[in-house]
Design a protein around this ligand. Structure first.
Ligand code: A2P
Length: 273
């Protein structure tokens, strides 16, 4: 018996926005991913988010913004979530199992999209924690590789185990036959993965902001420092992280863009509770 209570589940199943959970995978005590059926009418741009959730105890939908982690060509939708033991939604959502229903409002929005960036040579995807989710979508979208000569994704977590979802995603782009073909063999070398941890020993340690400031990031990768002529960036993580990266990008001369006014970088807060 799934702790998503029977009555709540029944209420969700009757909702016009109900979708069925098809698979769930747990990574750590605090991280999991799941896939759900995709409404036939739902079109989205890789990097966008939707509202998803469950029925609250009061009989009203309890919804939060979740980045779609799957690419726009996928027939299902994938999400990557934190588990917070006293979080109103994730304390329940972490118990979902295949066959359960959840609510998904089919109105995708967001700024971590190609349309909000002007053309450039190098695309940086800077993430912490579950902020990797929108990039899991963008990294499986051929457009990301058609538009840039190099795509560098950085992911910073406290512990090594928290890097698993992102590491496997990047590996799948490089090794999965279907993804390789879709993205194009000639494009695979464009993808560079730069994982770091801050609290557990790993080959590369440190906050990415620190590694930008001291130049280690660029030295490690053998690329020039951030330049508004060539570099574009998407940022997704905690509020504090986003603010610190934004300051560094602006210091380097990059300007924040939006759907209505594309520029050199875009930023969005990862859902945290
Ligand atoms: P740290 O361990 O030094 O706080 P969280 O789980 O708190 O969201 O953090 C996820 C990762 O993001 C951690 O590795 C954390 O490093 C890092 N981080 C948190 N805040 C910032 C920030 N303001 N700038 C850069 N990295 C940050």
């Amino acid at each position: 018996q799934s702790p998503v209570t029977q009555t709540a589940a029944t209420h969700v199943a009757r909702s016009p926005d109900a979708q069925v959970v098809t698979s769930v995978r747990h990574y750590t005590d605090s991280l999991f991913s799941f896939r759900v059926t995709r409404p036939q009418s739902l079109r989205f741009r890789s990097g966008e988010f939707v509202m998803i959730g469950l029925m609250g105890d009061n009989g009203k939908p309890l919804l939060r913004a979740y980045s779609i982690a799957s690419p726009n060509w996928d027939e299902e939708l994938e999400f990557y979530s934190i588990k917070v033991q006293d979080g109103p939604l994730t304390s329940k959502l972490q118990h979902i199992q295949p066959g359960d229903h959840l609510i998904l409002r089919p109105k995708p929005v967001g700024t971590l999209v190609h349309d909000a960036l002007i053309p450039g040579k190098r695309l940086w995807l800077f993430s912490t924690g579950t902020g990797f989710a929108p990039f899991a979508s963008l990294l499986r979208d051929p457009e990301t590789f058609e538009k840039f000569e190099q795509v560098i994704v950085t992911h910073t977590c406290r512990d090594v185990a928290e890097l698993t979802y992102g590491r496997e995603l990047v590996e799948s782009v490089k090794t999965d036959e279907m993804l390789r073909e879709l993205i194009g063999e000639e494009n695979l070398d464009k993808l560079v993965y730069y994982p770091t941890t801050t609290r557990e020993e790993s080959p590369k340690m440190g906050r990415i902001t620190h590694l930008i400031e001291n130049g280690e990031l660029f030295a490690d990768l053998g690329v020039p420092a951030l330049d508004p002529e060539t570099d574009r960036a998407m940022v997704c993580g905690s509020l504090a992280f986003n603010l610190d990266i934004k300051a560094l990008l602006e210091k380097a001369g990059l300007r924040e863009g939006a759907n209505s006014d594309p520029a050199e970088f875009v930023i969005e807060k990862a859902f945290v509770g």
